[in-house]
Structures are given as structure tokens and as C-alpha cells.
Design a protein around this ligand. Sequence first.
Ligand SMILES: Cc1cc2nc3c(=O)[nH]c(=O)nc-3n(C[C@H](O)[C@H](O)[C@H](O)COP(=O)(O)OP(=O)(O)OC[C@H]3O[C@@H](n4cnc5c(N)ncnc54)[C@H](O)[C@@H]3O)c2cc1C
Length: 395
Amino acid sequence: MSQTHFDVVIAGGAAVGSATAYFLTTHPGFRGTVAVIEPDPSYQHCATALSAASIRHQFSTAENIQMSLFGTRFLRGFAQALAVDGEQPDAAFREGGYLFLATPRGWPVLQENQALQRSLGADIALLDSAALRARYPWLDVADLAGGALGLSGEGWLDAYGMLQGLRRKAIAQGAVYLPRRVVGLGLAGGRVGQVRLDDGQVLSCGALVNAAGTGAPALARLAGIELPVQTRKRSVFYVQCPQPLPGCPMVIDPSGAYFRPEGQGFIMGVAPSPDHDPECAVTDFDVQHALFDEVLWPTLAQRVPAFEALRCTRSWAGHYDYNLVDQNVILGLHPALDNLYFANGFSGHGMQQSPAVGRALSELIVSGGFQTLDLGRLGWGRILEGRPIIEKNVV
Ligand SMILES: Cc1cc2nc3c(=O)[nH]c(=O)nc-3n(C[C@H](O)[C@H](O)[C@H](O)COP(=O)(O)OP(=O)(O)OC[C@H]3O[C@@H](n4cnc5c(N)ncnc54)[C@H](O)[C@@H]3O)c2cc1C
């Protein structure tokens, strides 16, 4: 490749990197060049492609709610906005809703969260246990006080389709994708001046974006920055159930186990308990079958008696970037360097936040500040000054 200078280099070209490339090349104030460095153009191992691909507005942190509300608006207009030469991409967005269930102990928290969500424009309704029983006769509500249901805007999609649509449009608007890995940085005068790739090429850059997912801590270390992010493995199980579950949304059990419709069956999963959830090698794709047998199936068969007879026909494991401090994205510049932007530590909700984060990064890079959503609280300041923003709804 002959071009050796790019105004913006983005390390990592999955959901976050490609959304950033798309929003930068769309931004009316940006006239520069963009390179996206992505070592795996098949995307078979990245979190984006292996995710449960769902979007919800039911968070406890205002910024998370606002980012997902934007994600919904973006997905609704996705096919038209990202068409290339008249060909529209398909993110297969389905507004099937989320249903967070609560025992009497969790009910006040759910009510508090729902009030915040509604105040920000999310279409979330509270249902008591009688209303739940009437709406979902297949659900065991004996131990529940109620649930919070997304009536519109929440649901699921084809995350790989969204990623490919973003990538294709970014390329059509001038972004260059290189199938390489960033392995070294040249630092001078408090800036990243150069990026070294794994084939020995050296690119000079005006700014670098760390969108490397679970590769982000290693990339940060190249700049002498310790990112409080570790890799966590999560398994997803595809099951078939002999009985249909009419109107089934994405259901979040009070235990943290989840399930939702997918094709002719359902996908389901649960995070391991913290003492069984170590940092994991990104090469370890072994599915946590014991978690399914010992925790997930028994829990969900109690919640949905029809699941007693389910059959697991497929499963996979993926990894996400887990923020050890507060499970929220770390977004923006680190004070040590003037031109290294971070978007890491999504802790399991980065696919749905990628449009909002891509837009936010484009604003930071072009104008030096947030123009639409103020995401300043999610920057490095809170990490360095010990002011975590605890998100209560981490699934
Ligand atoms: C099982 C599972 C279920 C999930 N469910 C959901 C969900 O329902 N909803 C939701 O919103 N989120 C979900 N997530 C989380 C979500 O997938 C991630 O937060 C999101 O995809 C992160 O996107 P990303 O682009 O930052 O990272 P990734 O998708 O991991 O991409 C990072 C990219 O960086 C590249 N890279 C790494 N190192 C380098 C380097 N040195 N140089 C250049 N490139 C590099 C990698 O090849 C990779 O393609 C889930 C995750 C998992 C694993």
C-alpha cells in the first residue's frame, strides 16, 4: 500500500471501529482520511459477531439509556441511511421487547429504573404479577412482584449484518480497511505519531482510536496506559422447545439468566458467578456446558415449565471486554496523550451502543467535544479519580 499517512487510524474494525469510521466519513466537518486496521475480516472471533445481538433501553444509567435510544433510531433508519449504490443493508431489527422480571426485593429498583427510563423517552411499562400471568401464561410468576416490559424500541437484530452495513458504507465514503494488526506505537510530544502494523508497515496518523475490544488493554499498554479491562467468556445456547411461547420477548430472570426467540427456537445464557468467572484467554472458545446443565436449564425450566423438555442443538462462546471498575464504557482521551481515543470496557452492551459511541467519537475528533449526547461522565476522569458509575442492569 502506498498511502502511509492517515488523519485517523482506527484499531479494530468490528461494531465500534466500523461505526466510528462510518460516522467520521459522514460528518460534514470531516475532510480527512481514515484507515481501519482489522486483522480478521471474517469477524468470526470478535464479540460483535458472537453476541446475543440484542438492544434494550432498560439500564440504570442515563447515558446508557440515551445511547441505546439512539441505537434504536439508528437501526430504524439503517437500511436507507447505509444504502450503497441503491443496495440497502439488512440488520433484521425486530422490536420484540425486553422483559425484566423482579421478585418483591428487586421490585423497588425496577420501578426506580423504569421512572428514569420513561423520563428519557423509553417506552417501558410496569406489569404486576397478575398482568404478567395474563400476558404470558407460559411464565411461572409465583415468586415475582412484577416486570418491566419494553413496548417498543427494544429487541434484537443481526449484529453481523449491522457490522457489514457499517463497514461497506464507510468504505464507500472513503475509509480504507487494512487486514492487519496494530503491534507498535510511535509516541512523541504527548501524542501518537505512528502506528506499526504486524507486516512491518508504519503509518503516521493524526489520531488513533482504540476500538480493539478484548485486544484493547494490550493496545493501551503500547502507549504505557493501563486499561482496567479484562476478557470474560460468555456462552450462548440455542434450544428448541416443543411448545411455542406466544409473544415471547427477551426475558431477563431475576437470577440474571436470559432467553429470547431466535428463528424457530430460542437463545439463552447466564453469566457465571463472580468466583467462577476468571480472566480468560481470547483463544479459549470452549462452551461452558456445565453452566448450562447445572445453572441455566434448571433456572429457566422453573421460570418456563415448557423448557423442561427443551433440546439444546447448538452453542458457542465469545469474549467481551469487561470493565473491572464499573462495567461501563471508557470513552474518550486519556490525559497522558492528546490524540489516543478509547472506546473500551463495554462489559456486554457494546453492540447496541456502537452507533452512539461511533457518533460520539466522530464529534470528539472533529470538534473536540460532544455535540449531541453529553457522554463526558463516561470518560477516563471517573476511572482515574475513583468515581465509578455503577450500572445496575448488567446482564
Ligand atoms: C456472548 C456475548 C453476548 C453479547 N450480547 C450482547 C447483546 O445482546 N447486546 C450488546 O449490545 N452487546 C452484547 N455483547 C457485547 C458486545 O458484543 C460487545 O460489547 C461489542 O461487540 C464490542 O464491539 P467492539 O467493536 O468494541 O469489539 P469486538 O467486536 O470484539 O471487535 C474488536 C476488533 O478488534 C480487533 N483487534 C483486536 N486487537 C487489535 C489490534 N491490536 N489491532 C487491530 N485490531 C485489533 C479484533 O480482531 C476485533 O475484530 C455480547 C458479547 C458476547 C461475547
